[in-house]
Design a protein around this ligand. Structure first.
Ligand code: GDP
Ligand code: IMO
Ligand code: MG
Length: 439
């Protein structure tokens, strides 16, 4: 018989108390930052558990635009504790730059509202140099990374040669270890014919950054568990998206971490049984930055959105590739993440269209398939099967209630629920916090 444990009983009786994971259902940039910000008031802690400063989460409120890379977006709220979990890779210089930028925008950051896991791995300058060198060597087969050193930093972690954030609190241990790593990575850089990282200059710069960041570093597993025991709610701020996941994405055109809901647990030390809800964020169309297969890519949609000044990367400024909504991918993402709910963003991006297509299945070697194949070669052979919907041809951006959406927009959303098997709980009709409709 199904039984609730003590914590689940308490969560059931107190609807304010629940732990929620928010993930991207596509290739990143789904609007997670905006959705997380919208639901943050119901949470006490906002936790990042994967990725690094490759992420770029946009939050717009009161006319101010903030772009978060490593720092959870809860930092924009007062009295929220932000946690950078063990699954994240941290570039100390990028983090300090981000702190300075946010402070210049009036955001308060201290060890009281931002804590960093001792066991998170560090991204060092040699990781960024290696990232760039590998991409250059791949030429037109490049992954199109953000150049933030993410792949090489996770590779060092998995190879058991990385440096962890706890070392920022132990300069006497950090110094020789770092010097050793720089020398070793410089050999690889030299072999690739790339400029080496200056040893002493880098050691000094990292030790200076360590002195500033050390007060933030702690055992964040204990922080999360003590908060849960005290009846607090955690919100996990997913980075990237399901199809950039190292296991489930369009490998090798992926990032190097677990970006799906399971990664939120391993990347924070909060076990699956303590998660109450998973929300998958999904654009009303599809975008992708960087290389890799994209079955529903459509240049006309890209031109339309770019001409509206939309769909340029929050981290690198690159124009995002655009296309129709691919319900095959979203259906599979709902499955992988165990998503209870979908938050559909950027519905307003489709406002001007006469007709709107949704890809409902693929045809591969003459056979209709409902889920994406596992190899890039097969994905590239897939033909999208579309159904065409009539557009609403109306500006949605000023609508205040879900009930006031035009019937054709509601029909589009209803169809997405049927095709993906998840309930739509939020709908975005503009970039501002206020432009979010609760269903
Ligand atoms: P994230 O990485 O998932 O947080 O998404 P990004 O911030 O990289 O990209 C999403 C972009 O869409 C940002 O420019 C947001 O301001 C914008 N955005 C989010 N939701 C909406 C929406 O419902 N409508 C419009 N017009 N823009 C949105
Ligand atoms: P958010 O959290 C969109 C993409 C890169 C590249 C691939 C590998 O803002 O949704 P990496 O630098 O991680 O080694 O690059 O992953 N990528 C993202 N695309 N949004 C992101 O994050 C991304 N983070 C990485 O463009 O294709
Ligand atoms: Mg982004």
């Amino acid at each position: 018989m199904f039984q609730l444990n003590q914590r689940q009983c308490a969560a059931f009786l107190n609807s304010e108390m629940s732990n929620t994971i928010v993930v991207g259902a596509q290739w990143g940039d789904e609007g997670k930052g905006k959705i997380i910000d919208f639901i943050t008031d119901k949470s006490d802690l906002v936790v990042r558990a994967a990725g690094g400063s490759n992420a770029g989460h946009t939050v717009i409120n009161n006319g101010q635009k903030y772009i978060l890379h490593l720092i959870p977006s809860g930092i924009l709220w007062e009295n929220k504790l932000c946690v950078i979990g063990n699954g994240v890779v941290i570039d100390p210089f990028g983090l300090l730059e981000e702190m300075a930028k946010l402070r210049s925008q009036g955001v308060k950051i201290s060890p009281e509202n931002l804590v960093i896991s001792e066991t998170a791995h560090l991204v060092m300058p040699y990781h960024k140099a290696l990232d760039r060198a590998r991409e250059a060597k791949l030429g037109d087969k490049k992954i199109g990374t953000t150049g933030r050193g993410i792949g090489p930093a996770y590779a060092d972690k998995i190879e058991r040669g990385g440096l962890r954030a706890v070392l920022l609190t132990q300069p006497e241990v950090l110094e020789p270890e770092l010097r050793d790593r720089i020398i070793r990575h410089n050999e690889t850089l030299a072999a690739a014919g790339v400029e080496e990282v200056p040893v002493e200059e880098t050691v000094k710069a990292v030790l200076d950054a360590a002195a500033i960041l050390a007060p933030h570093i702690t055992n964040t597993v204990v922080v999360c568990h003590e908060a849960i025991q005290a009846g607090k709610s955690l919100l996990f701020e997913g980075a990237q998206g399901t199809y950039l996941d190292i296991d489930h994405g369009t490998y090798p055109f992926v990032t190097s971490s677990s970006t799906t809901s399971g990664g939120a647990c391993t990347g924070s030390g909060v076990p699956p049984r303590m998660i109450d809800k998973v929300v998958a964020v999904c654009k009303a169309y599809t975008t992708r930055v960087g290389s890799g297969p994209f079955i529903t890519e459509n240049d006309a949609i890209g031109d339309m959105l770019h001409n509206m000044g939309r769909e340029f990367g929050a981290t690198t400024g690159r124009a995002r590739r655009c296309g129709w909504l691919d319900a095959v991918l979203v259906r599979y993402a709902v499955m992988i993440n165990g998503a209870d709910e979908l938050a559909i963003t950027n519905l307003d991006g489709l406002d001007g269209l006469e007709t709107i297509d949704i890809c409902t299945a693929y045809k591969l070697r003459g056979k209709v398939i409902q889920y994406p194949p596992s190899t890039v070669a097969d994905i590239e052979l897939c033909e999208p099967i579309y159904e065409t919907h009539q557009g609403w041809k109306q500006d949605l951006s000023q609508i205040k209630k879900f009930a006031d959406l035009p019937p054709l927009a509601k029909a589009y959303l209803k169809r997405l629920e049927v095709l993906t098997g998840a309930r739509i709980s939020l709908v975005g009709i503009g970039p501002d916090r206020e432009q979010t409709l609760t269903v």
